[in-house]
Design a protein around this ligand. Structure first.
Ligand SMILES: [Fe+2]
Length: 148
């Protein structure tokens, strides 16, 4: 589960087979166990079949779930979180357009020119400890929302 680093608007066209798509707007970010200094949710979560006992905040997230079939097209507005899984063989193509919301455009520039370089630098300095600490913070921060 991630959102695109550049906050693009995306037309996602699907061909052959079936593909599961799960989407969340940015308003739900706080419930998605977002890893700090990244654009991904905690990688241990199976969004197809979430374990709400282990990831309780996910129950509060309001999103969309759909299955694309041959000829379907999905529009993902800028910044939408997405998780996609091919259920049967097929392929998809995306048409992308830059973020139009100036606030999102600014966040895209921050992600591309600052956040990712900071993250690369920290990985070089601290290695696996940095990655582990980010994953722990994702859980602590998010679970705080459901424990109070
Ligand atoms: Fe993406």
């Amino acid at each position: 589960m991630h959102y695109d680093i550049d906050y693009a608007n995306i037309f996602h066209f699907h061909f052959e087979g079936k593909k599961e798509c799960i989407l969340f707007p940015q308003s739900e970010t706080r419930y998605l166990y977002k890893v700090p200094h990244s654009i991904i949710a905690h990688e241990s979560i199976d969004f197809s079949n979430p374990d709400y006992g282990k990831w309780p905040a996910l129950k509060k997230a309001e999103g969309f779930k759909s299955t694309l079939e041959h000829g379907d097209m999905l529009f993902m507005p800028e910044g939408y979180w997405h998780y996609m899984k091919y259920l049967t063989p097929g392929f998809s193509m995306s048409l992308r357009a830059l973020a139009r919301n100036p606030f999102n455009f600014g966040k895209a520039a921050y992600n591309i020119f600052i956040m990712r370089y900071f993250d690369v630098m920290m990985r070089r300095l601290k290695g696996q400890k940095w990655i582990d600490s980010k994953n722990e913070r994702a859980i602590l921060r998010t679970n705080r929302l459901v424990s109070t």
